[in-house]
Design a protein around this ligand. Structure first.
Ligand SMILES: [Zn+2]
Length: 183
């Protein structure tokens, strides 16, 4: 589906035209409150649309989206929690993985990727819970010495009986951990 068509559907609100799983993801992007970004509500809505369209299009050039977000926000993407994280050593590692050249754009990409990861895994988990295939659920941290190195510690597998103990993924900004069936 061409990008313009995806954007048209997302703006129309008739998400069923996207097909089941895509509609679910788009709805999650659109219904997120974005309360952690300090900007006017109309701008929040526009950012939600941009994020949803970028996710659905699968376009890896996310720096384009980041540029547009910064245009809308007047160059100021004011998410205090994320800005604090970016000052930490793990934050610096996370920023290195972003595709943009400019730091301001990387910060927007980092926000987007973290949120995208959360939405994908919320939907994954809902599907896994529907069928309860195998023993339970496994968290899969990226084992490459990246910003997810801290996620390697602790419990990684959860039976269906202890699923309430499953931590939320992503666990931090830039967390690339996933949730999958434990068979
Ligand atoms: Zn992680």
């Amino acid at each position: 589906m061409p990008l313009e068509r995806i954007e048209e559907i997302v703006r129309s609100g008739d998400l069923t035209l996207l097909g089941d799983s895509y509609a679910g993801h788009a709805a999650s992007f659109l219904s997120n409150p974005y309360n952690d970004i300090n900007i006017r509500p109309e701008i929040r809505k526009e950012i939600a649309v941009l994020f949803a369209v970028t996710h659905l299009s699968g376009d890896p050039r996310t720096y384009k989206m980041a540029k547009r977000v910064l245009e809308i926000t007047g160059g100021n993407f004011d998410c205090l929690d994320l800005l604090e994280f970016c000052k930490s050593s793990r934050g610096k590692v996370a920023l290195e993985m972003m595709s943009s050249y400019k730091k301001e754009e990387k910060i927007v990409e980092l926000y987007f990727f973290t949120m995208q990861n959360r939405i994908i895994h919320e939907h994954n988990l809902a599907d896994l819970l529907k069928f309860k295939y195998g023993k339970g659920v496994r968290i899969t941290p990226i084992i490459d010495g990246s910003c997810c190195s801290a996620c390697k510690r602790g419990k990684q597998t959860f039976t269906w009986n202890e699923i309430h103990k499953l931590p939320k993924v992503p666990r931090h900004w830039g967390c690339r951990c996933g949730i999958m069936a434990w068979t």
